[in-house]
Design a protein around this ligand. Structure first.
Ligand code: AMP
Length: 224
């Protein structure tokens, strides 16, 4: 079966990370989150981390060359042999072009799933979002709440508010999405990559993941 590249597309707070974690298990492929990779670099204080910290804190995109290099290296790792889910990448048309060049060299099936959520829901979701500093899992204070308030279900760590989930930063991230990221969808459609819209609000994350899994299996020619 062809290797799979599942691109989860959508604005900040549309549920890409939550879906990627569920689909990683059901599809048995790797989860690549450029946001998580960059946050790890910032936490480690290495050269890349130091160069991107202030941009991330302001909710702006980091340079294409930096993320492109991280992704290029990451998809060569052994856990990507069956395929991978891209969460938060590509976010500019330049990144999408590089990805297309990388993928054209490989026997790989690329599918785009666009998680569609109303902006009012996004703002409400992000302001209630909490993340585990250890495993990266995301929870909400209203929906998708952890079993014990403020504590990660997976490892018992105390949940935190991500630095860039503050309201003024969220607005900047949504602006960056509209200006730089939304055009990426048109690029994929024009390139003939199968692209699906999935409604991702008001429905349990597990139900959304099942819908995406069925789409992927159909695209890969597998029985649902
Ligand atoms: P995320 O967790 O995906 O919302 O990403 C958090 C932040 O990391 C973004 O606001 C950007 O500053 C940076 N970032 C993550 N992925 C990318 C990307 N593909 N291109 C540029 N910046 C990115």
């Amino acid at each position: 079966m062809a290797r799979l590249c599942l691109i989860l597309f959508g604005s900040p707070g549309s549920g890409k990370g939550t879906q990627a974690k569920l689909l990683k298990e059901s599809l048995g492929i790797a989860h690549i989150s450029t946001g998580d990779m960059l946050r790890e670099r910032v936490a480690s204080g290495d050269e890349i981390g130091r160069s991107v910290a202030s941009l991330m804190q302001a909710g702006e995109l980091v340079p294409d060359e930096t993320v492109n290099r991280l992704v290029e290296e990451r998809i060569e790792q052994p856990d990507c042999a069956n395929g991978f889910i891209l969460d938060g990448y590509p976010r500019t048309v330049q990144q999408a072009k590089l990805l297309a060049e990388l993928l054209v060299l490989r026997p790989i099936r690329t599918i785009v799933v666009h998680l569609v959520v109303d902006y009012n829901v996004i703002i409400e979701r992000i302001s209630g979002r909490r993340q585990c500093p250890a495993c990266g899992s995301l929870f909400g204070i209203r929906s998708n709440a952890p079993r014990t308030p403020g504590v990660c279900d997976n490892d018992g760590m105390k949940l935190v508010v991500r630095d860039d989930d503050r309201e003024e930063v969220v607005r900047e991230r949504l602006r960056a999405y509209e200006q730089q990221t939304a055009p990426v969808l048109a690029f994929f459609k024009k390139s003939g990559v199968p692209s699906w819209n999935v409604t991702a609000a008001g429905i349990a994350p597990q139900v959304i993941a099942q819908e995406i899994e069925a789409l992927v299996r159909k695209e890969r020619g597998e029985a649902a």
